[in-house]
Design a protein around this ligand. Structure first.
Ligand code: ADP
Ligand code: MG
Length: 394
């Protein structure tokens, strides 16, 4: 296990904590503050240890000057202040005299939140390109670095790897929990171990399936991933999304793991990708012309439920339907209900699946809802995450 914030002497020191405060913000209003809440444990621990705390985070992607508008962390500073019940000084730049002065004026237990690290991405891609000077500069502001941003740990950026190269470093509580749940629980899962996969990022994700099936007893599939498997089997799902480039791969996986793959048999479809329109029920071997399948149906849920009821471990990534639309939330909502009733250890990874589970009221009902989409899949695949790899072992 990696060194955690408990393993370093941090009393009274200046810490840089890399958090993942990348929350959805529209017109200055945060619609889901889950990631800010998940960061509080490490921040509070540092406060209890009399630290001076500098927080870094990214927000969205910055590819132009225009992108910077609406991507400031100011609304996050305000929300963080409310949640902590404590002043958070927001510095609206990523480097320079204002930041340096704010840091040199800090007293113990003061908190400074630095502007969106990805402001450094335009024009020179310094944050995402892991610019050496930028990493050195940020690390010069503090004594100790804490990586508590799991969602970006699969990326080598100046605000994680760039800093960790220069000063004593450790992981925070959020990253520790992610590693315990995603790595230790799923490396040696209690069986039956079931993986459920859905969603729309087919090409990104489908290659993990081969790895997952080495350990999993069954793979239950929904969403665009299921459509791709079904198409590989010769079904015609008409206007439904699937990934042509993954057809060969699916054929091979089916050949190799025929008895482990469980595909949906029915679904709900419509003629457009839109909420509030007419919905038809259909069997997947009989999708009408001009229709797209946007959710799985009752029989599929029953089928999935028969596998889940005996499971000891479940890893779920990707909604099985368009759960953002009221008309197509049935499958994903039912799946949450079944998972909640089962005795299995339930671990959810993936941004949209996590958002769906939280939206349907299961935030505290599952064993773990990961804060990282891409990072959680890479970890499960067995890939090294650079921003965690660089931290020393205990
Ligand atoms: P996650 O973020 O959980 O890893 P993805 O990003 O891969 O999941 O996919 C999530 C998206 O997949 C959601 O926006 C959802 O609407 C979409 N989706 C799920 N099922 C379907 C479907 N049958 N057709 C089109 N989109 C779907
Ligand atoms: Mg997603």
């Amino acid at each position: 296990m990696k060194k955690t914030i408990r393993d370093l002497d941090i009393d009274g020191k200046t810490l840089i904590i890399r958090c993942d405060l990348n929350v959805p913000i529209k017109d200055g209003v945060i619609s889901d503050d889950n990631r800010i809440r998940e960061s509080l444990k490490t921040i509070n621990y540092a406060l209890d240890h009399n630290c001076k705390i500098i927080i870094l985070s990214h927000l969205g992607r910055i590819k132009s000057e225009e992108d910077k508008k609406g991507k400031s962390l100011l609304p996050v500073a305000i929300r963080l202040e409310e949640l902590l019940g404590k002043k958070v000084l927001f510095v609206n730049e990523t480097r320079g005299s204002v930041l340096e002065e704010a840091v040199s004026n800090m007293n113990n237990k003061d908190i400074v939140l630095v502007e969106n690290t990805r402001y450094e991405d335009y024009p020179d891609n310094k944050e995402s390109g892991c610019d050496i000077e930028l990493g050195k500069y940020w690390s010069s502001l503090a004594d100790v670095f804490v990586n508590d941003a799991f969602g970006t740990s699969h990326r080598k950026h100046a605000s994680n790897v760039g800093i960790a190269k220069n000063i004593p470093s450790c992981i925070g509580f959020l990253v520790e929990k992610e590693l315990l749940m995603l790595k230790e629980s799923l490396d040696t899962p209690k069986c039956p171990y079931i993986v459920i996969m859905g969603g729309a990022k087919i090409n990104d994700k489908i290659k993990v399936i081969d790895k997952l099936l080495k350990k999993a007893d069954y793979l239950l599939v929904g969403g665009g991933i299921a459509n791709t498997f079904l198409t590989a089997l010769g079904y015609d799902l008409k206007k439904s999304i699937y990934d042509e480039d993954s057809i060969e791969y699916c054929k091979n996986v089916i050949k190799k793991y025929k008895d482990k793959i469980v595909l949906p048999v029915d679904g709900y479809c419509s003629s457009e990708y839109k909420d509030g329109i007419e919905v038809d029920y259909c069997k997947l071997d009989n999708v009408l012309d001009g229709k797209m399948v946007l959710d799985i149906g009752k029989e599929s849920i029953e089928l999935f439920s028969n596998y889940i009821k005996d499971a000891k471990t479940v890893f779920w990534n990707g909604p099985v339907g368009v759960s953002e639309f009221k008309n197509f939330e049935y499958g994903t909502k039912k799946l949450c209900e079944i998972l909640d009733k089962s005795n299995a250890k339930v671990i959810v990874g993936g941004g949209d699946s996590a958002a769906a589970a939280i939206k349907f009221g299961y935030k505290n009902k599952f064993d773990h809802i990961s804060t990282g989409g891409g990072a959680s899949l890479e970890l499960i695949e067995g890939k090294a995450l650079p921003a965690i790899d660089i931290i020393e072992d205990k």
